[in-house]
Design a protein around this ligand. Structure first.
Ligand SMILES: Cc1cc2nc3c(=O)[nH]c(=O)nc-3n(C[C@H](O)[C@H](O)[C@H](O)COP(=O)(O)OP(=O)(O)OC[C@H]3O[C@@H](n4cnc5c(N)ncnc54)[C@H](O)[C@@H]3O)c2cc1C
Length: 117
C-alpha cells in the first residue's frame, strides 16, 4: 500500500485509506461530548484501542497509544490528543506538523478560510 489510488470502486491505498481514517477519527473526536459520561469514556477507550489493533499495516499508532494513553475526559482533550498522535505520524512521514490549537476549527467549526469560499 504505497501509491495513491482514489479511483472510484478501486481498493484504497495507504494515502486514500489514511485520509479516510483520519477523517473518521478526527470527526468522531470533534463530536465527542464536552462532558462525557463514564460509559462514553469507556466506549471511546475501547474504540481507539480496537481501531489501533485493527488498522491495516501500520502498527506505530498502537505504540504511540501505549506511550501516551488516549485522553477521554472531554471533546477538547480527545481532539488534542488525537492531533498529537496524527502529528507523530506526520513527523515520521516528513509532513508538516498541524497546529493543534486549530483542531476543532478544522474538524468541527469549519472556520478556516478555505471552508467559506
Ligand atoms: C492511525 C494511522 C497511522 C498511519 N500510519 C502511517 C504510516 O506509518 N506510514 C504511512 O505511509 N502512512 C500512514 N498513515 C497514512 C498517513 O497518515 C496519511 O493519511 C496519508 O499519507 C495521506 O496524507 P495527507 O497528506 O493526505 O493528509 P493526512 O495526514 O491524511 O491528513 C488529512 C487532513 O488532516 C488534517 N491534519 C493533518 N495533520 C493533522 C493533525 N495533526 N491533527 C488534525 N488534523 C490534521 C489536514 O487538514 C489534512 O489535510 C496512517 C494513517 C492513520 C490513520
Amino acid at each position: 500500500m504505497t501509491t495513491t489510488n482514489e479511483k472510484e470502486n478501486c481498493p484504497a491505498d495507504s494515502v486514500a485509506l489514511g485520509r479516510a481514517a483520519w477523517t473518521l477519527l478526527h470527526t468522531t473526536a470533534a463530536y465527542y461530548p464536552d462532558r462525557p459520561a463514564p460509559s462514553q469514556m469507556d466506549s471511546m477507550r475501547l474504540f481507539m484501542s480496537t481501531f489501533a489493533d485493527n488498522y491495516p499495516c501500520f502498527k506505530d499508532f498502537k505504540q504511540y497509544m501505549a506511550e501516551e494513553p488516549v485522553r477521554v475526559g472531554s471533546r477538547k482533550k480527545l481532539s488534542e490528543w488525537l492531533c498529537k498522535q496524527h502529528n507523530k505520524v506526520n513527523e515520521k512521514l516528513g509532513k508538516p506538523s498541524f497546529d493543534c490549537k486549530l483542531v476543532l476549527d478544522r474538524w468541527l467549526q469549519g472556520s478556516l478560510k478555505e471552508c467559506n469560499q
